[in-house]
Structure formats: structure tokens, C-alpha cells
Design a protein around this ligand. Structure first.
Ligand code: ATP
Ligand code: MG
Length: 301
């Protein structure tokens, strides 16, 4: 399929899950098992479209890199086993590694805790022309830290700054940061891979049952299931407060991996294709210079 045909299709699918105005957002309106208008039996077709999408992405990324003006920051957030790693791996599989930077943010180190919480993320922002991927991000500061407020006490904040307004303040700071980035040519897109509690259990069990997947399992992940309701509330509030026109959230149904990956690819294609990327134009003087170099190269032989 040609890029021209693919782009409107990608837009249609991505748009379905794109939240630009969080005010009315309710997480319960999005079913983790949803596959839009694609039926299970169309899975092979969707997989083929995904493959074509990945190829299209490579072309768009080349242009982003050549133009060297904007960068794209893709942020992934999800409960464990929702498929963040797989989505990142598949969707980015066709692109030039030189144009892509992936950072995973785990629990903060003692060096991280000696700084403000944005510090480690700001250091890792993508350079112009690059796609940066955050596997978790500063949003954890409104998720795991909100669900487990004792983590806040480890952040060495002056106590008077820890008030009940802290989450709203963090949302405000994040909105401002993302606006700042937008105004500096960094295009921010955020993905919440929305898996159901039932599907997560299934995936945890297969991590336990299949030796090759054992390394992926941690007993701490299982304990977090007890806080499922609190996490869902925190995710909903986060999206309601930080979905904007310029840096929307995609809430992607994540119970079917093939579908999750298709939607993520569609959203990335839609984003890149909206940027009017083109190869830098060569002006007359440069053309002349190239012609002279060509002559000289041939003459030297
Ligand atoms: P995997 O799919 O391999 O499990 P992961 O992203 O879950 O990948 P983990 O090694 O499990 O990686 O570590 C991530 C953990 O770090 C998560 O439990 C997350 O909540 C925690 N974390 C990330 N950022 C912060 C933060 N700012 N404060 C506290 N905990 C954080
Ligand atoms: Mg984990």
C-alpha cells in the first residue's frame, strides 16, 4: 500500500482513540478488549497492514531526520504486562536506529532523588530529527507515587511543599512542560496501553508457566494488582488533566496485542505525516557546487 493510501487509514484508526480534551474523559468508556471495526478473523490483514505501516514509518522517519527541525517524543505508560515493550519493539522495528532513542525509567536512583523529578527525563529528550521513546516517564510521579504516597517522602522534598494540592500542581507543571516542548519543535504524543485486570492475570500466569518468560515476572508486579482500582483512578485523573490539543493521549485497548500494535503504529504514522516533512531543498548555489565536485572527482581519475 502506498503512503498516500495508508495515511488516511492510519488517521481514522488513531483518531478513534485520541483524547485531546480530557474534561469529559472516562476510562470506563474504553473497553480493553475493543478492536474497533477489525474482527478477530481480520487479524492476518491487520498484521499485514501493520507491516506496511512499519515500512511507511521508516520513510517518514528518514524525512524527519533529514529535515532536522522537529523531534518526536512518544511516551508509553501502562500497567505491567500491558505490552509496552512489545509495542515499542514492533512499531519501531523498521526504523533507522540512528534516528531513534529509547529510555526506560525505573524506580529513581539516589542520584535521581537528589534532583527534581523531571531532571532525569529532561536529560533524555530526543535531539532534533530524532524519535525519542520514553518507556514510563515523569507521569509515574502522578501514578505509582500517587498510589503509594510513602514514595513522596523519599523524594527529599521540603515538607511544606507536600500538600493535598501536589497532584494538581504536578499536572499543571507537566502541561506547562509539554507546551514548552511543543513551542520548541518537540512533538509530544502519549500512549496509555489499557489492559484489563483479567488479561493481566492471564499474562502473569504465562510468565510463570513458561520458563522462557520467567525473567519477566516479578512478585512486586503481582502485589500491585491489589491497588488496581487506585491505579485506574490515577490514570483517569492523569488523562483528564494532561490531554491537550498539542499533546494528546492515545488510550489504546491492550487486551489484543496485534490490535495494540496496529493502533500505536497508526498513531505514529498519523503524527509524522501531519508534520509536513520533506527532504531539505538543494538551492542553485549548492547544485552548482555539487556539479563542480562531480567534475573534479572525475577529472582526478
Ligand atoms: P517490564 O515490562 O520489564 O516489567 P517495567 O517498565 O515494568 O518493565 P520494571 O523493572 O518492572 O520495568 O520497573 C519499573 C518500576 O519502576 C515500576 O514499578 C514503576 O512503577 C517504577 N517507577 C518508575 N518511575 C518511578 C518513579 N518516578 N517513582 C517510583 N517508582 C517508579
Ligand atoms: Mg515491571
Amino acid at each position: 500500500m502506498k503512503l498516500k493510501e495508508l495515511i488516511p487509514r492510519a488517521h481514522e484508526l488513531a483518531d478513534h482513540y485520541c483524547i485531546k480534551d480530557g474534561k469529559k474523559f472516562r476510562l470506563k468508556d474504553i473497553d480493553p478488549g475493543d478492536t474497533a471495526w477489525l474482527k478477530e478473523e481480520q487479524k492476518p490483514l491487520a498484521k499485514q497492514a501493520l507491516q506496511e505501516g512499519i515500512e511507511a514509518l521508516a520513510e517518514l522517519q528518514e524525512r524527519l531526520y533529514a529535515q532536522d527541525r522537529r523531534s518526536v517524543l512518544l511516551i508509553f505508560q501502562a500497567m505491567d504486562a500491558a505490552g509496552k515493550d512489545g509495542a515499542i519493539k514492533h512499531v519501531m522495528s523498521g526504523i533507522n536506529p540512528q534516528g531513534c532513542q529509547v529510555y526506560s525509567f525505573k524506580a529513581p536512583t539516589s542520584e535521581d532523588l537528589d534532583h527534581d523529578y523531571m531532571w532525569r527525563c529532561l536529560k533524555s529528550l530526543p535531539e532534533r530529527g530524532r524519535i525519542g521513546i520514553f518507556n514510563r516517564s515523569y507521569y509515574e510521579e502522578t501514578l505509582v507515587v500517587r498510589v503509594h504516597p510513602e514514595l513522596l517522602n523519599k523524594q527529599k522534598l521540603p515538607p511544606e511543599l507536600i500538600t493535598k494540592r501536589i497532584w494538581d500542581e504536578r499536572f499543571e507543571d507537566i502541561r506547562n512542560l509539554e507546551q514548552y516542548l511543543t513551542r520548541n519543535g518537540v512533538v509530544v504524543r502519549k500512549f496509555f496501553l489499557h489492559v484489563s485486570k483479567k488479561e493481566q492475570l492471564k499474562r502473569f500466569l504465562s510468565r510463570l508457566d513458561e520458563p522462557a518468560k520467567n525473567w519477566k515476572f516479578s512478585s512486586a508486579d503481582a502485589q500491585e494488582r491489589e491497588f488496581w482500582g487506585d491505579y485506574m483512578k490515577a490514570y483517569e485523573d492523569m488523562i483528564r488533566n494532561t490531554a491537550t490539543d498539542d499533546s494528546p493521549w492515545y488510550v489504546v485497548p491492550a487486551d489484543n496485542k496485534w490490535f495494540t500494535r496496529t493502533v500505536v503504529a497508526a498513531a505514529v504514522i498519523d503524527t509524522l505525516s501531519s508534520l509536513d516533512l520533506h527532504y531539505p531543498k538543494v538551492d542553485e548555489a549548492k547544485r552548482q557546487e555539487l556539479a563542480e565536485v562531480r567534475e573534479a572527482l572525475l577529472g582526478a581519475n
